[in-house]
Write a protein that binds this ligand. Structure first.
Ligand SMILES: Nc1ncnc2c1ncn2[C@@H]1O[C@H](COP(=O)(O)OP(=O)(O)O)[C@@H](O)[C@H]1O
Ligand SMILES: [Mg+2]
Length: 475
């Protein structure tokens, strides 16, 4: 039961029905009351007219008898069919008033005259009242009490009553019609409201159904878009877009973890193989040393990969703490250069610092050094013995431009769009020998973007590559 009232649909429908019921009630009672008032007023007007006519007849000719006046009055065509007329004489101080004539319709009955009404009449005011009189008609009477004053003669009170039969019957008919029509009207309007609400909410039900089917494993479901561009349509579109984004980031996550575990597994397998072979029989001291050294190399690679992965996962979480300070870019470049120089010497490459301008920027020194190392390291790795790597840092307008140019193997056009992706390597087998795991450029790109800079690459297979990084300068 509680659950039903939690539904917006049910609540809306109930509100709708309640509002309509209230409106019908207000409408019906207004109609009933105003009709009652109108009918009453028209009866009052007729009664008053009749009373004034009698008064008139009397005042114009005081010698005519009351009997004659009453006869004339009852001969007239009046809007009220039945009249009870009674004339009372007020003789003056001390003496009791008395009825001097009644219409035949009253027979032996008479109209009562209350103290209040009498007092009003004595003040010359006309009064209307609704009373029930035993023995006269089966209906309540509407009565006008009208004082008549001649100039010379004692005052009179004219009382004219009429049964409210017509009015009561009319009102009763109206009441029956209203009582019958209201529930029907309520039913029809409520049903209409119910259909409307149902129609509006049917897409919501669909959304809920689809959302229930969506899980982390299966994000392929989409809600069928509606044709209308209303709020519901917008909701569906937003929902579908959200699911698409979730789907692609889940895919990326899966890809990433499978790549990462592969990357960690390979050196471990190699190491395990070496050690197993070594343990098969007794070996010389020197031989053990050699094996341990090569295991250490694998461990170094593993450590590097894990470091890179850690950095990447921090980068993904968007809340890495970057320590932005004023830094000397040229000094950082020199540090990176010194760190990597031996690598070039070992490979018999010429590593040349072509031009280094003094540049100050706001940035994170550790990250920028890493960026320089990654790019120079690649240039050395992917250039054959005897090749050349040229480095420069220069100011150009509002930018500091860092270039690394090599005469290496170059990158094929097909591969260019992917080299900044995580774990991407153009030549997997060869890269294993050279030691990378395909994370260097992904990290480099992230560092450049954290610095609001840009990284670009020009490359020709067999000729060499040029990596260009531009940092915006603050003034
Ligand atoms: N200077 C370069 N010359 C040729 N190929 C390059 C160069 N720099 C990067 N690449 C290619 O881009 C790939 C991705 O680079 P990177 O992310 O640094 O990974 P890796 O760990 O293999 O160095 C490399 O495997 C290589 O194929
Ligand atoms: Mg690299």
């Amino acid at each position: 039961m509680m659950k039903i009232f939690n539904s917006i649909r049910v609540r809306l429908t109930l509100w709708h029905i309640g509002t309509i019921a209230l409106l019908i009630l207000i409408f019906a009672s207004t109609l009933y009351l105003s009709l009652k008032k109108t009918l009453e007023r028209s009866i009052d007007i007729a009664l008053r007219t009749a009373g004034e006519e009698i008064e008139h007849a009397f005042l114009e000719n005081p010698h005519v008898s009351w009997e004659q006046i009453l006869n004339e009055e009852s001969d007239k065509e009046l809007p009220i069919s039945l009249m009870y007329i009674q004339i009372i004489e007020i003789p003056g101080e001390g003496k009791a008033s008395k009825i001097i004539i009644k219409s035949e319709t009253l027979a032996r009955n008479s109209l009562p005259l209350s103290r209040n009404v009498y007092a009003e009449a004595m003040k010359g005011r006309i009064t209307f009242e609704t009373i029930a009189v035993k023995g006269i008609s089966g209906y309540p009477l509407r009565v006008v009490i009208l004082p008549v004053k001649g100039k010379t003669i004692a005052p009179y009170i004219v009382q004219i009553g009429t049964p409210l039969k017509g009015m009561i019957n009319t009102l009763r008919k109206l009441l029956i019609i209203l009582l019958m029509a209201s529930p029907i009207l309520l039913l029809l309007l409520s049903f209409g409201g119910y259909l409307l609400v149902k129609r509006v909410f049917s897409p919501v039900k669909k959304i809920v159904g689809t959302a229930k089917r969506i899980t982390a494993e299966d994000l392929s479901h989409r809600i069928e878009p509606t044709e209308s561009k209303d709020e519901i349509g917008e909701l569906i579109e937003t929902f579908n877009n959200m699911i698409s984004r979730l789907e692609s980031s889940f895919k990326q996550m899966k890809q990433f973890s499978s790549d990462a575990s592969h990357e960690l597994k390979t050196p471990l397998t190699a190491m395990k193989g070496q050690i197993e072979v070594a343990l098969r029989k007794e070996r010389e001291r020197e031989e053990y040393k050699k094996i341990l050294k090569s295991a250490l190399e694998e461990i170094d690679k593993l450590q590097e990969t894990i470091d890179n992965l850690l950095l990447l996962s921090q980068m993904g979480s968007q809340n890495v703490k970057l320590s932005f300070k004023k830094i000397l870019l040229d000094e950082i470049l020199l540090e990176a250069f010194e760190e990597i120089e031996t690598l070039a010497k070992r490979k018999k490459l010429s590593l040349i610092l072509k031009r280094v301008d003094q540049v100050v920027i706001e940035g994170d020194a550790t990250l920028i050094k890493r960026l320089f190392v990654n790019l120079i390291d690649n240039a050395i790795k992917y250039t054959r013995q005897g090749g050349k790597v040229e480095i420069s840092l220069q100011k150009e307008g509002n930018f500091a431009i860092f270039n690394v140019k090599d005469t290496g193997i170059g990158i094929h056009d097909n591969a260019l769009p992917f080299i900044f992706d995580r774990f991407y390597r153009v030549d997997k087998a060869r890269s294993r020998e050279t030691g990378g795991s395909g994370l260097g450029l992904a990290i480099a790109k992230w560092i450049v973007e954290a610095q609001k800079g840009k990284i670009e690459v020009n490359s020709k297979v067999g000729k060499g590559s040029l990596f260009i990084v531009s940092f915006p300068l603050q003034d």
